[in-house]
Design a protein. Structure first.
Lengths: 272, 238
């Protein structure tokens, strides 16, 4: 009789333990607990501070070792990357030099009036008038012309507003050292991307690393960048933001602009 | 312990043959890839460099377009996304119809084109066949797990198969006679353009380079960070 009672008690104990385990583990993970705040205010404040610091810097330059995944038709992700040097003079000058790992060089220049983009090795360049500030130029280049400008949003002065609006969850992960700099490791989520950023814990709130997960895209590819050589008093020569096409360099267009021109010509033809 | 001298001799002969054949096989493989280790190799243009992560963008509007166009192979997607952007479904239908008509009316030319395309895939496929044949002979006898794995990888990888999946009507690599079927605004990657059977003529109109292939004219332009050839209307004066 006693033995039967013991067995029943033992089974009941294990049953309760089994039911309690998932709840306990959820509490430990902390992220998905409903009553807990989804955004750690201090972490979002650190991120905004970092972005505002950059938006208020009159001129600066930095180098990023960047890499990204490209999903292939067979489902495999292949990594590409390169070294990206960005020089910014607010409100209206940007120069971006990208040297890919395969040795090819690309150059983006915005001088306040025109946008230039060039493939040095292919000996071609394209230009389009775009008077305005850096934010407008980057938006036009990446959205209307559909061209990639990695880290363009980092140098836009309105990114912190996007951050406040789009982030629905995130917080502090830990303190870790990147390139010898002690950093706060923060992780955030938006509807379309998850991203992690490492911000220097002492001194200027500069970013040392950025990882973006395109979670809604097939294969969930990543973009990764390690930042170095931040310089807030860069040497700015007169020629830095002047684009001069090389000898025998051919001028080409931007495909979206070309298609718009074709459409308008067709409309004019129809009117006639 | 008694050592069978005949067995040792056979083992040595088999080893020598194996090393010789393995050397020939790897030499063939290396030449098939363009060059040997340490020398300059040209990039595999069949591997897509596109995708949302390339933009490094945080805003969805920047990468959704490239996300759509990156999944099913670079050339195919460039064609499809550009066709979508033209928004001219009538033209697309006409183009497909013309291509199908051409295919039906010229089965011999289609076959020639397919043969040429196979030739263009050329060295890679040829060497791939060599590789397979050699393996079949050598490795069935000797067996080598590591190299078998490599064989399986080579057989299974799909980098060279994008072209095989293409269909007429969706294809931008028409022979010259069918070039009129390509819609204005359609974009071809540089490799697709270079693999066309015609020899394009270059003319300059108002400082802009136009490339003529059959009755189709192209301008070079940037699309999602890469140089492509966009089908345009005939330039003034031509």
């Amino acid at each position: 009789m006693k033995r039967q009672t013991f067995n029943k008690c033992t089974w009941a104990f294990f049953l309760i333990l089994l039911l309690a385990l998932p709840a306990a583990s959820q509490t430990e993970q902390g992220v998905e607990v409903k009553d807990a705040p989804r955004i750690d205010p201090e972490s979002i404040s650190d991120l905004v501070e970092s972005l505002e610091f950059l938006s208020k810097a009159g001129s600066f330059s930095f180098t990023a070792e960047q890499e990204y995944d490209a999903l292939q038709g067979n489902g495999q992700k292949i990594e590409f990357g390169g070294v990206h040097k960005l020089t910014v003079v607010r409100p209206d000058k940007v120069r971006s030099d990208i040297v890919s790992r395969d040795g090819s060089k690309k150059l983006f220049v915005f001088d306040g009036k025109d946008i230039y983009y060039s493939d040095i090795d292919d000996n071609v360049y394209a230009s389009v008038p775009r008077p305005g500030d850096i934010n407008q130029a980057i938006d036009y280049f990446t959205e209307d012309l559909q061209m990639p400008l990695p880290l363009g949003q980092l140098i836009s002065s309105d990114t912190y507003e996007w951050v406040k609006k789009e982030i629905y969850a995130g917080g502090f992960v830990d303190q870790s050292t990147i390139n010898g700099v002690l950093c706060d490791h923060l992780a955030f989520r938006t509807k379309n991307i998850d991203f992690q950023v490492w911000i220097a814990a002492e001194g200027d709130p500069i970013q040392t690393r950025l990882v973006i997960d395109y979670k809604n895209s097939p294969g969930e590819p990543q973009f990764r960048a390690m930042f170095r050589d931040w310089n807030f008093k860069p040497e700015l020569s007169d020629s830095l933001f002047v684009f001069k096409p090389g000898e025998n360099m051919r001028k080409i267009g931007f495909a979206p602009v070309l298609r718009t021109e074709i459409k308008s010509e067709e409309k004019e033809g129809e009117k006639k | 312990m008694k050592i069978d001298k005949k067995f040792v001799m056979k083992l040595m002969i088999f080893s020598a043959i194996f090393m010789f054949l393995a050397g020939v096989t790897f030499d063939t493989y290396a030449r098939g890839r363009g060059s040997g280790r340490g020398s300059h190799r040209s990039a595999n243009r069949n591997i897509s460099r596109q995708g949302p992560a390339r933009t490094g963008s945080m805003r969805s509007s920047d990468f959704n377009r490239s996300s759509r166009s990156s999944y099913s192979g670079q050339r195919q997607s460039a064609q499809r996304s550009s066709m979508q952007r033209t928004g001219n479904t009538e033209r697309q239908t006409q183009a497909r119809q013309k291509a199908q008509d051409y295919k039906a009316a010229n089965p011999d030319k289609v076959k020639d084109f397919q043969d040429k395309r196979a030739d263009n895939a050329g060295d890679i496929q040829e060497n791939r066949q060599d590789w397979k044949d050699t393996n079949r002979e050598d490795w069935q006898d000797y067996g080598d797990k590591a190299r078998n794995d490599r064989q399986e990888f080579y057989d299974n990888n799909e980098y060279y198969r994008y072209d095989d999946d293409w269909e007429w009507g969706d294809n931008v690599e028409y022979p010259v006679g069918a070039m009129a079927a390509v819609a204005v605004g359609t974009a071809l990657t540089v490799s697709a353009f270079n693999s066309m059977t015609c020899n394009p003529t270059t003319v300059y109109v108002s400082g802009v380079a136009y490339y003529q292939c059959g009755s189709t004219w192209y301008n070079q332009a940037y699309q999602q960070g890469d140089v492509v050839y966009v089908v345009v209307d005939t330039p003034p004066g031509y």
